[in-house]
Design a protein around this ligand. Structure first.
Ligand SMILES: *Cc1c(COP(=O)(O)O)cnc(C)c1O
Ligand SMILES: [Zn+2]
Length: 405
């Protein structure tokens, strides 16, 4: 474990109480300040002796591997997606497929660090509010750690695969009468009363694990730094984590330039994109967010201000895509690359297509789209947009008739 402290991102105060999630002095957002002095003496190759995955990057993580709770998260493929790139007008497109994590989304990267830290603190009950993937991941890691787990979900608004996972891993699943933002407010109240250890991304340890996706991309590209990285933005912690990882690699001298970090939101749920268009440092919450991409249906993103800084600081960008564009990109990934992602994840690819059309991204840029979650999480979103199976008689003639259509 690298030495570190938790500080307030807004006022800089050091925060000692490991159970608070906002600054006791100013109410600001927390973040982890890593002490990377020892890493400065290392090279990227020094870490390649261990299997690729979150814990390869332990020197950048604020948790002692002695408390490791792991299901071998990370180490996901980085595909060179030429056929997809040709279809959307980008010559050098890559897809980092986070759907191949143990529970099927990048949330596992944050949870291995978050739950390991909870274990370090001696917590016995963990909890989170979730649009689905956070709860699936937390439920699995809590099971692995032998902890009790409570998840707060917006009633009726969670994709089937995700709900199934939370139930399957033995979490107490609470269907809250309200949307995600309401569920989070309730989970935070429980945490404030110390009734559970909260593992939403407002917890400063979770984004630390999520930094590893950037470390892996650099490893997989042999530190040939991409021009741009595109991510879907919901609660906005992941793009912040990627930014933080870039800053830390720069601090230790492993990179000298930083990719343009680009966030994509769904048109019906776009508080960060609107703030970016207005060049604001803060955003106005959206009261009734709506999109087929349930993982980014979030009106009041906890890390929205951090995400805006990440995009401004790197010369990045933020825009929106419609549900139609999301579904089209999801299908393109399937038909051109054999990759099945959930709708929120396809937003990054839909976003790349739009950026090229807008002239914001150049067709020669090397771009990595992070595809955050597995398509099997949300089978309804797929079946609703595919032609149904074809009725066929039990005969070769009928098969041939259908295949020739
Ligand atoms: C959580 C999640 C997102 C959004 O990530 P944020 O850090 O909240 O911006 C996007 N896609 C999937 C599949 C997710 O599970
Ligand atoms: Zn503060």
């Amino acid at each position: 474990m690298a030495a570190h402290k938790v500080i307030c991102w807004d006022c800089g105060a050091e925060v000692e109480d490991p159970f608070v999630n906002t600054c006791p002095r100013c109410g600001g957002l927390l973040t982890v300040k890593m002490d990377l002095e020892k890493v400065k003496e290392m090279k990227p190759e020094d870490l390649r002796k261990t299997q690729i995955g979150v814990w390869r990057y332990a020197p950048f993580m604020p948790v002692d591997p002695a408390h490791k709770v792991s299901i071998q998260e990370g180490g996901t493929p980085l595909y060179s997606t030429q056929a997809l790139g040709e279809a959307i007008g980008c010559k050098n497109a890559f897809v980092k497929f986070e759907g191949l994590n143990p529970t099927g989304s990048f949330k596992d990267r944050g949870m291995t660090i978050g739950v390991s830290h909870a274990k370090e603190l001696g917590a016995t009950t963990v909890g989170c509010a979730s649009t689905g993937n956070t709860s699936a991941a937390l439920a699995a890691y809590a099971a692995k750690a032998g902890m009790k787990c409570a998840v707060f979900l917006p009633d009726g608004n969670v994709a089937m695969g995700k709900l199934a996972q939370a139930l399957f891993f033995g979490a107490k699943v609470l269907a809250i009468d309200g949307n995600f933002d309401d569920a989070l407010a309730l989970a935070r109240k429980m945490a404030d009363e110390r009734k559970l250890y909260l593992l939403n991304s407002i917890n400063p340890y979770r984004p630390e694990g999520q930094k590893s996706v950037l470390f892996e991309i650099m490893d997989q590209l042999n530190y040939d730094i991409p021009d741009r990285i595109i991510l879907p933005v919901g609660n906005a912690a992941n793009i912040w984590a990627v930014y933080k990882a870039c800053m830390e690699l720069k601090e230790v001298g492993w990179i000298d330039k930083v990719p343009m970090l680009t966030g994509i939101q769904a048109a019906g749920s776009a508080p960060v994109a609107r703030a970016f268009a207005a060049k604001e440092a803060n955003f106005e919450p959206e009261r009734n967010p709506e999109t087929i991409a349930t993982a980014i249906r979030i009106g009041n993103p906890v890390s929205g201000r951090k995400a805006l800084k990440a995009m401004y600081d790197t010369g990045g960008y933020c825009t929106t895509v419609t549900d139609q564009e999301i579904i089209a990109a999801q299908q393109l990934l399937g038909r051109k690359e054999g990759v099945c992602v959930e709708p929120a994840s396809a937003a990054s690819v839909a976003g790349l297509k739009k950026l090229i059309e807008l002239g914001v991204a150049d067709k020669d840029e090397r771009v990595v789209c992070i595809c955050t979650g597995n398509g099997l999480k949300d089978p309804n979103a797929i079946i609703d947009n595919c032609a149904p199976p074809v009725k066929c008689k039990n005969s070769i003639e009928d098969v041939e008739r259908i295949l020739s259509q």
